[in-house]
Design a protein around this ligand. Structure first.
Ligand code: HEM
Length: 256
């Protein structure tokens, strides 16, 4: 969250004003959604109100950050409304917070479960490959939703206009037609899972940042606590949530 805030231009001293609400946005992927609506609405409005204040401050005094750049683009190009600027920033906080936090925890879990973690301290050059395979084993985005505007036929499957289509991303990451022994952790596998960050028009804008954050975290933690083990059961979100990952990942290790 701290790296994300720095990237966007949100002062770290303000984190306590909205961090609880940012975590609550996880509910956006809940299914069914209706029972969590009041909580979600409260979290979204808390964030929105904070961002409205911040946008006003940056308008008065621009800084060298993303928010000021967005405001400038709005003024120069006139393609975004004031509301769109505010919600784009809220959207960034949502899109970049739970995804990265769940995905990092899941990646560490996969690396420890598959006995790779303790080797990384002495092989930092292997972190990227190991991380990519860990991301395939437990991808954070469990499904995506699409509603076709027109009737579509893909590979003989019909998707009528207006119908909800749920894309099973967990299935895609372990598709036996693509991956040999898909349930095995194999950091040398030649096949790549290229759908973690989406595909096409809505491809993730935060991919480079998220990858860098996770790579640095794995490099640093595996060096500092190479003997870490998972303590107890991992309690993770269910498959009904769009975003999946451990709520808590308890590690045990000897202090250095
Ligand atoms: C491990 C971390 C992340 C994963 C796995 C991830 C995954 C995704 C996926 C699958 C999509 C496509 C959604 C769709 O097609 O419906 C997406 C879109 C998006 N992501 Fe990420 N993301 C991550 C981190 C981030 C970060 C750090 C940011 C912001 C700095 C971010 C910002 C966005 C935004 C704004 C979109 C919407 C793009 C659009 O609709 O044009 N993401 N992400």
């Amino acid at each position: 969250m701290m790296v994300l805030c720095r990237f966007i231009g949100v002062p770290l001293k303000d984190l306590s004003r909205f961090s609880e609400s940012a975590v609550e946005l996880e509910l956006m992927g809940a299914s069914p959604l209706k029972p969590v609506f009041p909580k979600l609405e409260k979290a979204l409005y808390t964030l929105r109100d904070y961002i409205i204040e911040l946008v006003a401050m940056r308008k008065a005094e621009p800084q060298d950050d993303f928010i000021s750049a967005l405001i400038l683009a709005q003024a120069e190009e006139d393609v975004l409304t004031e509301q769109e600027v505010v919600w784009s920033i809220v959207n960034l906080l949502f899109a970049g917070q739970d995804t990265t936090r769940f995905q990092l925890a899941s990646a560490i879990r996969a690396l420890i479960e598959h006995g790779v973690w303790d080797t990384l301290a002495t092989r930092p050059e292997a972190v990227t490959k190991a991380m990519d395979e860990a991301l395939r084993i437990y991808p954070v985005v469990q499904f995506l939703l699409r509603i076709p505007r027109v009737d579509v036929v893909i590979d003989g499957y019909e998707f009528p206009a207006g119908e909800r289509v749920i894309l099973n991303m967990i299935g895609a990451s372990r598709d036996p037609r693509i991956f040999t022994a898909p349930d095995a952790f194999d950091m040398e596998r030649p096949e790549e899972y290229g759908l973690l960050f989406g595909y096409g028009l809505h491809y993730c804008v935060g991919r480079p940042l998220a990858r860098l954050e996770m790579q640095l975290a794995i490099e640093t933690l595996s060096r500092r606590i190479p003997q870490a083990r998972i303590a107890g059961e991992v309690s993770a979100t269910g498959w009904q949530s769009m975003l999946g990952g451990p709520h808590n990942l308890r590690l045990e290790f000897e202090p250095a």
